[in-house]
Ligand binder design. Structure first.
Ligand SMILES: NC(=O)C1=CN([C@@H]2O[C@H](COP(=O)(O)OP(=O)(O)OC[C@H]3O[C@@H](n4cnc5c(N)ncnc54)[C@H](OP(=O)(O)O)[C@@H]3O)[C@@H](O)[C@H]2O)C=CC1
Ligand SMILES: Cc1cn([C@H]2C[C@H](O)[C@@H](COP(=O)(O)OP(=O)(O)O[C@H]3O[C@@H](C)C(=O)[C@@H](O)[C@H]3O)O2)c(=O)[nH]c1=O
Ligand SMILES: [Mg+2]
Length: 292
């Protein structure tokens, strides 16, 4: 089975590439060959590589910058995602599209399920929500996986930022009133492969289409996540810093972050028979990998 993932350097793309081999061949295709802003390039890339499944992971992910670059965020995350889905449909290819917890307002008291009403509070979130709708409208053979708080040894993410800050600071101030689940990109990649296997097994395996939440086990807040990162790092002789809890309003940013980013993953577990490891487990593996 061959998977084509969009974006070459993205955290999820690189994590998937690391799993390529054996019965699963994975190709990652990015700019300029595949550009979400150049719709003809999408069709062309799918024709050249002829995957059995398209994984739509490339996106405009700069949450704060998106507030002042609305058109750019929507062009990639809404129009680009829909165009990719349409190109896949035209070639009879199923698509797995990656979305985000930021489609929710974050004011619910418990975890969000796939049934809950969305209501993004940011341009990034709104553009990703429009992308979900576009992907679904263009291709009936779609699964949308909402993931959250993604980190990995690749690209830019909160875990790498914390280790970088700790290298020359004794103390970092981190918001403690936003809850969610940090999720290790290589674990998300395993989740995507579970979906791919399910699709490859054929219709008797049951329906795989629709909307799913996919995050690691457990929940925490950014300050606790930072503490866990530093605990793992210090054990291995890496950088660490003291974490000071701060409220959201002490860390002003152009885009408001949801207070509650928790996602209920029961539907994914039921459908694909896989639960991701606890967030602390991924944190340890990521720090180990970076300090190796
Ligand atoms: N990071 C997170 O915390 C979360 C991410 N997500 C979603 O998961 C998916 C993967 O995220 P992640 O791996 O972290 O993303 P990254 O920001 O690490 O990578 C995004 C990728 O998209 C590519 N890209 C951006 N614009 C275009 C374009 N116009 N055409 C082609 N490729 C483009 C980038 O290419 P280049 O390398 O050239 O810049 C990059 O490879 C995204 O859909 C994101 O919305 C959801 C929840 C949390
Ligand atoms: C660096 C830093 C961040 N923070 C806070 C800001 C924010 O509330 C939280 C996380 O910061 P980030 O910049 O990683 O947040 P952000 O880029 O918004 O992360 C999001 O990215 C997009 C793509 C998603 O889809 C989301 O799931 C989520 O992972 O930590 C501190 O409190 N102190 C710090 O020193
Ligand atoms: Mg960020």
């Amino acid at each position: 089975m061959k998977l084509l993932v969009t974006g070459r350097e993205g955290q999820i793309a690189r994590s998937l590439l690391a799993l390529s081999g054996g019965p699963v061949e994975i190709v990652a295709v990015g700019r300029p060959e595949l550009d979400l802003l150049d719709h003809a390039s999408l069709r062309r890339a799918l024709e050249v590589h002829r995957p059995d499944l398209v994984v739509s992971a490339a996106a405009y992910t700069a949450v704060d910058k998106a507030e002042s670059e609305r058109d750019a965020a929507f062009a990639a995350n809404a129009d680009g995602a829909a165009a990719l889905s349409s190109a896949a449909a035209a070639l009879d290819m199923p698509i797995v599209h990656i979305s985000t917890d930021y489609v929710f307002p974050g004011d619910k008291a418990s975890s969000y399920s796939e049934e809950d009403a969305t209501g993004p509070r940011t341009v990034y979130g709104a553009s990703k929500l429009a992308g979900e709708a576009g992907v679904a409208a263009q291709n009936p053979a779609h699964a949308v996986l909402r993931v959250a708080w993604v980190y990995s040894p690749y690209g830019q993410n909160f875990l790498k930022t914390m280790l970088r800050l700790a290298a020359d600071r004794e103390e970092v101030r981190v918001v403690a009133d936003q809850v969610g689940t940090p999720t290790y990109a290589p674990d998300i990649a395993k989740g995507i492969l579970a979906v791919a296997r399910h699709i490859a097994a054929g219709p008797e395996k049951g329906d795989w289409r629709g909307l799913f939440h996919l995050v690691a086990g457990g929940e925490t807040n950014w300050a606790e996540f930072a503490r866990e990162i530093f605990r793992c790092s210090a054990e291995r002789g890496g950088p660490s810093a003291r974490v000071v809890d701060i409220p959201t309003d002490a860390y002003p940013s152009p885009a408001p972050r949801p207070a509650n980013s928790r996602l209920d993953t029961a539907r994914f577990q039921r459908t694909f028979g896989l639960a991701l490891p606890a967030w602390q487990d991924g944190t340890r593996r990521c720090v180990d990998e970076l300090l190796r």
